[in-house]
Design a protein around this ligand. Structure first.
Ligand code: SAM
Length: 240
């Protein structure tokens, strides 16, 4: 059984968002790819068989940039369920999501919080007003809005308004900001808090310094999971 086995409505809602996200990404990649439709089709077939590190390389070689503020850039269904299950295991009170876009990962967390039923909530943060409106609309459509608080604006500013201590932080803003935002949120994280950062391989160049910084930090345990876009998974041992 997985999250969706008993929840057809949520499945169909998220399926649509995932499929729309994939269409947007393929459209964007095609526009940037310098070759014929046939060559693009072949590249796409190959791409889907590659692991996360190879995917990052293939995008770089073909000068395809995924980062685009207009796009949803949502987590995949597998990554979403990974977030959901992590929350189900840890039973967090407060989850902080750094970079929420239209709220797909937010919904996976919110569904876990609904099932845990401990008055917890996810703080969704997003730079774009339009995307914030979509987070709210999407959470309402699946009846999960009571588990979501939205902070609109630059997260480096908006996190200053957070007073709660955080149990899980999901880092998914533009990868070049990971180290700085991690340092900025560090004081909010409880000892024992779990941090998860997406795109460690697909944005390997941008995340390299963050990775180096974590590997040298003796107040965390961390590992890069060779899964999806490369996922940094860590625990805060103590606040430094
Ligand atoms: C990869 S998307 C997040 C996807 C989302 N976590 C999901 O899986 O559904 C990254 C998002 O971070 C937002 N972002 C980037 N820098 C930001 C900042 N400094 N403050 C707030 N949001 C930011 C972008 O607008 C974009 O929507």
């Amino acid at each position: 059984m997985n999250l969706f086995s008993k929840n057809a409505k949520l499945k169909s809602f998220l399926d649509n968002l995932h499929s729309e996200n994939e269409k947007q990404l393929i459209f964007q990649a095609r526009n940037q790819f310098n070759g014929t439709d046939e060559e693009f089709k072949q590249l796409l077939t190959k791409y889907n068989t590659y692991n996360a590190i190879e995917k990052g390389k293939i995008l770089e070689e073909n000068r395809i940039k995924i980062q685009n503020e207009e796009l949803a850039l949502s987590v995949s269904p597998e990554m979403g369920q990974f977030l959901f299950m992590t929350a189900m295991i840890l039973k967090p009170k407060i989850i902080l999501e750094l970079g929420s876009s239209i709220g797909v990962s937010t919904i996976y967390f919110a569904e876990a919080l609904r099932q845990i039923n401990n008055d917890g909530f996810v703080i969704a943060t997003e730079l774009s007003k339009e995307k914030c409106d979509n987070i709210l609309k999407n959470a309402e459509l699946v009846g999960l809005n009571q588990y979501v608080k939205i902070l609109y604006g630059d997260v480096f500013e908006t996190i200053k308004n957070i007073n709660e201590k955080i149990d899980i932080v999901f880092i998914d803003i533009w990868a070049s900001g990971y180290m700085e935002i991690f340092e900025a949120t560090r004081g909010l994280l409880k000892p024992g808090a779990v941090f998860i950062a997406d795109n460690m391989y697909s944005a390997g160049k941008e995340t390299a310094l963050f990775k180096e910084y974590l590997d040298k930090d003796d107040t965390v345990y961390n590992i890069t999971l060779d899964f999806e876009s490369g996922v940094e998974y860590g625990i805060i041992l103590k606040n430094n």
